[in-house]
Design a protein around this ligand. Structure first.
Ligand SMILES: Nc1nc2c(ncn2[C@@H]2O[C@H](COP(=O)(O)OP(=O)(O)OP(=O)(O)O)[C@@H](O)[C@H]2O)c(=O)[nH]1
Ligand SMILES: [Mg+2]
Length: 208
């Protein structure tokens, strides 16, 4: 991966684009991971320059007993396999975004989806911190570098400090933590750029 300074990285893709820009140089697989209903599909929708691929199914009464709908009043569907989208950044970096469920029961799917990924953006809902433990366990186990993005729901508690959140999630000091609004493209791109900067720091390669 190229060592582009983050200040040069800006979204170069445009919604509705299909073909890769001629400048595409580094194609990077990124996971957008997180617990049920945290906003993975929403984030990929908001940033993707191609029509995102979704595998949504209506929530059933049976699934409501398994996946906690607390705080998710309007939620009517869930991703049953993956989401997929693409985001081109200037500097020739193209992110292929794979949204992946983070519940422990999806572990077999996780191994396949994670194959070849360079890193993960883990979305967290601060109203339901403990719902993120499974996915953080899976990411840690896979050894992927990752950044944590708190999806900013309007009724999210505001009284937690950064250190408190870091401790609650048992994050290393070096793991980037940001807040984003998954519905907002710029905010979501900023979260992805935080991850890209982290990956570059992890994997510095001489600029070609
Ligand atoms: N207020 C607010 N609502 C959001 C935000 N992000 C997502 N939502 C809503 O939260 C619900 C869940 O979002 P999804 O994108 O379906 O979450 P998901 O992580 O893909 O869910 P699963 O695939 O079922 O695990 C949807 O109703 C979204 O409209 C946000 O940043 N703020
Ligand atoms: Mg989804």
């Amino acid at each position: 991966m190229a060592s582009a300074p983050s200040s040069t990285v800006r979204s170069a893709g445009s919604p509705g684009a299909v073909h890769l820009p001629d400048t595409a140089r580094d194609l990077v697989k990124i996971l957008v991971a997180g617990p049920f209903g945290v906003g993975k599909t929403t984030l990929i929708d908001s940033v993707s320059e191609i029509r995102p691929l979704h595998t949504e199914e209506q929530l059933s009464e049976a699934s409501a007993r398994v996946d906690d709908l607390a705080g998710l009043r309007d939620k009517e569907s869930t991703t049953v396999a993956i989401d997929f989208g693409r985001l081109s950044l200037s500097g020739g970096v193209v992110l292929y975004l794979f949204g992946t469920p983070g519940q422990e029961r999806f572990r077999p799917l996780w191994d396949d989806i994670a194959y070849g990924a360079l890193g993960a953006l883990v979305l967290v809902d601060s109203r339901r911190i403990d719902a993120s433990f499974d996915v953080l366990g899976l990411v840690e186990e896979s050894g992927l570098p990752y950044a944590v993005a708190f999806n900013d729901f309007p009724d999210a508690p505001r009284h937690y400090g950064e250190e408190q959140l870091r401790r609650a999630l048992d994050l290393d000091a070096g793991t980037p933590m940001v807040t984003c609004d998954a519905r907002d493209a710029n905010s979501s791109i900023d979260a992805l750029l935080t991850l890209v900067d982290h990956l570059i720091a992890h994997n510095p390669v001489e600029a070609r």
